[in-house]
Design a protein around this ligand. Structure first.
Ligand code: PRX
Length: 656
């Protein structure tokens, strides 16, 4: 969206107040209460985080809540706790909650399972014994390549229990992408399921792991959970072990290890502006404290809630709002495996109705997909349990906002469009549903203890209503603590633009009411169906192809997916454009990254638009595919005739 149309959207947006009935049961029931508490949390952040820390279980709690400043900061330095103990033990040890269902599993094929907090407690302790029996210890990294399963939660919670750092890799990534993540994180073990179901097909995850591990010698063990027993699963003797067999040998007697609140807890790779993904390191204790706070206040979590977050465990959203934030609050939640519109378009509604879900968390892409399936699909289902619909990951356009409220929410639900990043480990911007008015398209207000600002290139605040860079001015517990093995990259990526301030890489506007509107990335990252993809990473993949000399990738707005990648390539002599070659370039990306990054279209062009210093000007490519011409400044071009040639190349291909 251009800045102009964004500003029109902001100007014409109306505020919708939360209904009284919802306010009454909200932790923050009015905007005045929010403003008052927000101000106090900024003036006295130690007090704010200390109050929250009182709600957690600690082994040792020192007085200091915050020390140092970005980028060298700590929350509760020297204080000791265990994330798993907070998410599981305390609910399992409480007679009122031990038999409460923690996780319902719902397979795409309607397979169902459930575990209570007490059962989860036993399973997690057994798996902690499995991990240590394999010689793994605090500080080691294990890669986890699994879909949403109860067993995946057992594995991750057992890592928290032992101080082993997990790295979840989205089970849609290709063998090459998985290998890169295993190697860059020095993983000693891989834990995977043998397969997962998606749109009725069995994806052979163990085969991907085998392929990824070719030539990798740091991995001693692969633990395989047989999710699909009928799938033939090759096992390498001496290296591969069966999850169930290992669990059968263990007892549930592993006490939680006391860890410093700032010790690394988890690792997750995300796309940055260069070709290589970065391993974002989160502190276990900091992540717990932050995610507990976001989940409690932005989702208003109550003991009676049935809450469903459709995110896959390969993305941080489910760690923030389910695995850690959700379980720390003792929620009952649903883990769904597979596509939410398969085998019937109304599968999502079927699950909501079955479990009487009252809080649904999903992504704009999913909401827009539901919109595409239409209103009729919904009429068969009873969705009256719904109270709150939450979104994260990309802009939630006003059209989708109104549709989900009117159709899915029958005009009565609250909508919370939250903004966050893998790096922020949570959502510094969101509505507090019982307090702040909703504005369709806005990302709400800063969370307690977070100072967000919109600034110009020099770091000076811009006036309300003016677009600028979104920055965060103070440290908060769930902010990433490092890029794994590359501190200079951490400092360069986030703290070099405006010294002492965290740079989000997004542009935003704050409106007159103090609500923030996030407009999009200011760097080379695109968001496809909520999957963050670096265009540089795609370009690096394309130029490995023997036919390609130069490649450029840009995002093209898409009604459902938010954006789709469009690639441009110049060819080596001897190669000529053809549908087969286009397909082969697409396959190159699928192989290196995963099928979700497959370019929608590959244009073969004679030359790229470049600056005099030789940089490809991707903005021009974006303009040509959007408008068929370049409207912005062209004076920086090295070759002024190039635009006409490009327009001719691209329109010719589009027409063809
Ligand atoms: O550009 C912003 C966009 O998604 C990016 C973060 O992607 P990722 O790290 O995959 O997100 C994980 C979420 C915990 C941001 O830099 N983004 C996220 N939420 C929104 C958004 N853009 C607009 N509106 C949002 N609500």
């Amino acid at each position: 969206m251009s800045n102009e149309s964004a500003l029109n959207m902001i100007e014409s947006s109306k505020s919708i107040q939360p209904p009284q009935s919802y306010r009454e049961k909200s932790y923050v029931p009015s905007v005045e209460k929010y403003m008052d508490a927000y101000e106090k949390s900024i003036l006295h952040p130690e007090q704010f985080w200390n109050h929250l820390a009182d709600e957690l279980v600690w082994h040792e709690r020192k007085e200091t809540a915050i020390s140092g400043q970005m980028p060298d900061f700590a929350f509760f330095p020297g204080s000791q706790l265990n994330v798993c103990e907070n998410c599981v033990d305390r609910h399992a040890k409480n007679a009122a909650t031990r038999n409460k269902v923690a996780l319902f599993f719902e397979g795409e094929n309607h397979e169902r399972k459930a575990v209570t907090y007490l059962q989860l407690y036993d399973e997690v302790q057994k798996f902690a014994n499995v991990l240590t029996s394999l010689g793994l210890q605090k500080g080691d990294v294990v890669s986890v390549y699994m879909q949403n399963l109860i067993e995946t939660y057992v594995v991750l919670l057992a890592c928290f229990r032992t101080g082993i750092i997990y790295n979840t890799v989205f089970a849609g990534f290709s063998p090459e992408a998985l290998r890169e993540r295993i190697v860059s994180s020095n993983a000693k073990a891989v834990i995977c399921s043998n397969g997962s179901l998606r749109r009725g097909k069995a994806l052979k995850l163990k085969e991907t792991v085998d392929e990824a591990l070719k030539g990798v010698d740091s991995v001693d063990h692969v633990v395989v959970y047989n999710r699909l027993p009928s799938l033939e699963t090759p096992m390498t003797p001496g290296r591969d072990l069966d999850y169930d067999e290992l669990m059968a040998k263990q007892r549930p007697d592993f006490p939680p290890v006391a860890l410093d609140a700032n010790d690394p807890g988890l690792l997750i790779f995300t796309s940055g502006t260069s070709g290589k993904p970065k391993g974002i390191v989160h502190a276990g204790g900091g992540f717990l404290l932050g995610t507990y706070a976001y989940t409690k206040y932005q989702l208003d979590i109550r003991p009676e809630d049935v809450y469903w977050n459709t995110a896959d465990i390969g993305w941080l959203t489910s760690h923030i709002f389910v695995l850690v934030g959700g379980l720390a609050l003792g929620v009952t939640t649903i883990l769904y495996e597979g596509a939410i519109d398969y085998p019937v378009a109304g599968r999502l509604y079927e699950v909501i109705e079955r479990y009487r879900v009252n809080k649904l968390f999903s992504a704009p892409t999913a909401y827009r997909m539901m919109m595409k399936h239409g209103e009729e699909v919904i009429s068969k289902y009873d969705l009256s349990s719904l109270e709150l619909l939450v979104s994260v990951g990309e802009p939630l356009n006003p059209e989708a906002w109104h549709w989900i409220r009117r159709v899915v929410g029958q005009g009565k639900v609250l909508i919370n469009n939250t903004w966050g990043q893998t790096e922020t480990g949570g959502t510094p911007l969101a509505s507090l549903p019982g307090a702040t008015p909703m504005k369709p398209g806005s990302c709400g207000v800063p969370f307690f203890g977070h100072q967000l600002e919109v600034v110009d290139a020099k770091g000076n605040p811009v006036a309300d209503g003016t677009p600028g860079y979104l920055v965060i001015k103070n440290a908060f517990p769930s902010l990433a603590r490092d890029v794994y093995g590359d501190r200079p990259r951490y400092l360069r990526s986030y703290f070099s633009q405006v010294p002492g301030t965290y740079f989000t890489g997004d542009s935003a506007v704050r409106d007159q009411d103090g609500q923030f509107w996030v407009l999009g990335r200011v760097d080379d990252v695109i968001n496809v169906s909520g999957h963050r993809i670096s265009t540089m990473e795609m370009e690096s993949s394309l130029i490995q192809h023997p036919a390609v000399v130069e490649a450029a990738v840009v995002g093209q707005p898409d009604e459902v997916k938010g954006a789709v990648p469009i690639a441009f390539a110049t060819l080596e002599k001897g190669y000529t454009p053809s549908p087969e070659l286009e397909d082969s370039l697409r396959q190159q990306i699928v192989r290196d990254i995963g099928s979700f990054a497959r370019p929608e279209k590959v244009y073969f062009v004679e030359a790229m638009p470049k600056t005099r210093s030789g940089k490809i000007i991707r903005r021009m490519l974006r303009e040509i595919i959007r408008d068929g011409q370049v409207s912005g400044d062209v004076t920086g071009l090295e070759d002024l005739d190039i635009v006409d040639k490009l327009v001719a190349d691209i329109t010719k291909e589009t027409a063809g």
